[in-house]
Design a protein around this ligand. Structure first.
Ligand SMILES: [Zn+2]
Length: 156
């Protein structure tokens, strides 16, 4: 028969161990979240660079098409056909539509980067808090400083 105090002692140890395990689990989870956020941002930045390169190509071709159209040699230089303005105009319209679509993708991604940077998620209850919150308004946990929110918002 175990002594009552020993029982209590063992119970308190197992209780402390459970809390420690929970805390360790929460710490690992919140570290994982920060890493995910950084990975997401890195991915978005790579995607943005690709979109901007596409945009440069479109601008480049627009300029060349416009130049060749202006010199009246769009068809003869590129297609070896007689020159009319129609194919060049058609190409320019297509390129303008493509540039517009690319710009939309870039704007969308930039907005996404902004939200991801500014997001301030409670490590305990996962509530999305305001940037300026130091403690979670829902559960009172101390919030981490969001990743890379130093650019923009100049101090006034
Ligand atoms: Zn919370």
């Amino acid at each position: 028969m175990m002594d009552e105090n020993v029982k209590k002692f063992l119970k308190s140890i197992s209780y402390t161990a459970t809390i420690a395990a929970e805390e360790a689990k929460a710490a690992v989870q919140s570290a994982g979240k920060a890493i995910n956020q950084k990975t997401e941002l890195a991915k978005m930045n790579v995607e943005l660079l690709g979109l901007q390169a596409d945009m440069e190509e479109i601008f480049c071709e627009l300029g060349r098409t416009l130049f060749l159209m202006n010199t009246g040699s769009y068809n003869s230089v590129l297609h070896g056909e007689a020159d009319t303005e129609e194919p060049a105009r058609h190409r320019i319209n297509t390129l303008l539509v493509q540039a517009g679509e690319k710009q939309q993708e870039i704007d969308f991604l930039n907005a996404k980067v902004k939200t991801t940077k500014g997001i301030n998620i409670c490590p305990v209850c996962e509530r999305a808090c305001e940037d300026e919150d130091v403690f979670c308004p829902a559960c009172g946990a101390k919030l981490e400083v969001p990743v890379e929110k130093n650019d923009e918002k100049p101090e006034v």
